[in-house]
Design a protein around this ligand. Structure first.
Ligand SMILES: *Cc1c(COP(=O)(O)O)cnc(C)c1O
Length: 315
């Protein structure tokens, strides 16, 4: 049997990296699931993402705990305990050799061997992978700030329909808004909830700064680990935080705006719907939080180092 070229298969190019599925480590190009998997056909799947920066996982325990809660709510079963999950993720990164990595764990409903339509008959499928680190914002946007549009015509799926604390791929609201934003010249977007309050964007939470205090939506949004880290930084630095309803007016009158995600960290927003935020430069408080966030990535209290030279721990 010939091995396909790593990174290229069936005319498609894949990023470098290492995946784990069905008990085996594979190059990304070989990690593929069936088109019959309900994860694809019904978006019946949950996931979590964590990043590795300079060879260290950031707050991996919190990501594994959130993944575990999502699995339980969806009644998905993964055969690994928390320590085994951690070892698999570390091993994906170790084998990939990536010092800065985007690491994902997911579990799909899978498919039923008898093709029954009963989700209880499905064999759940766990997949993990490490690929090069990716960010919502590119280098220029991190320095100068993102150009964000608040989109009013598409509303976030309400929490009564899909529990936003289950990290999920129900993104048609977010993707539809993204295309509307691109048409209007935006670099990224946030959408509102059904009550007209500010919700979140494609894979990130949002914060407004007003007179030295932070304001961020609480209901109907995923409680991001980066958002949580901003709370921890704010506590350390003595900054006031209000998690609750954030109105469109509050966002439009903010002194500073930033967005938060594992994919990018703390990202300044300097234009909102074509109007400059504050003086049009990343704000003072945003920059302080940004610096502290990345400083904490070197701190053993918040991180787990990957031993790249270590022997294979998981087979
Ligand atoms: C992942 C995600 C976020 C950000 O969460 P982090 O844990 O900070 O990466 C925000 N909103 C949605 C919808 C997400 O999927």
């Amino acid at each position: 049997m010939t091995r396909p070229d790593v990174g290229r298969i069936d005319g498609l190019t894949y990023p470098p990296g290492t995946a784990f599925m069905a008990g085996q480590y594979l190059p990304m190009s070989e990690a593929r699931i069936s088109v019959l998997d309900w994860g694809l056909l019904h978006s019946d799947v949950t996931y979590d993402t964590v990043h590795v920066w300079n060879g260290r996982f950031f707050r991996l325990d919190l990501h594994i705990a959130r993944f575990r809660r999502s699995l339980e709510k969806l009644r998905l079963r993964v055969a690994y305990d928390d320590d085994a999950l951690r070892d698999i993720l570390v091993e994906c990164v170790r084998r990939s050799g990536l010092r800065n990595a985007y690491v994902e764990m997911l579990c799909t409903r899978g498919l039923s061997p008898t093709f029954s339509r009963d989700p209880r008959d499905a064999a759940n499928q766990f997949v993990a992978f490490a690929v090069p680190y990716g960010s919502v914002a590119n280098a220029r946007q991190l320095k100068e700030g993102l150009h964000l549009h608040l989109i009013d015509t598409v509303r976030r799926i309400p929490p009564e329909s899909v529990d936003p604390q289950i990290k999920n791929y129900h993104w048609l609201d977010l993707v539809t808004a993204q295309f509307q934003g691109f048409d209007a010249g935006a670099e990224t977007v946030v959408i509102k909830d059904m009550d007209g309050n500010v919700a979140e964007g494609p894979g990130f939470n949002i914060f407004a700064v007003k007179e030295g205090a932070l304001y961020t939506p609480e209901r109907g949004v995923l409680h991001g680990i980066t958002r949580r880290t901003v709370f921890d930084i704010a506590e350390r630095l003595g900054i006031e935080v209000h998690a609750g309803n954030v109105s469109e007016a509050q966002l439009r009158h903010a002194d500073e705006i930033f967005i938060t995600s594992t994919a990018g960290g703390i990202m300044p927003v300097t234009r909102l719907n074509d109007v400059a935020v504050g003086d049009g430069m990343p704000g003072e408080l945003t920059r302080t939080i940004f610096r502290t966030y990345w400083d904490w990535h070197d701190d053993p209290a918040w991180t787990l180092a990957v031993d790249y030279d270590g022997a294979d721990r998981v087979r």
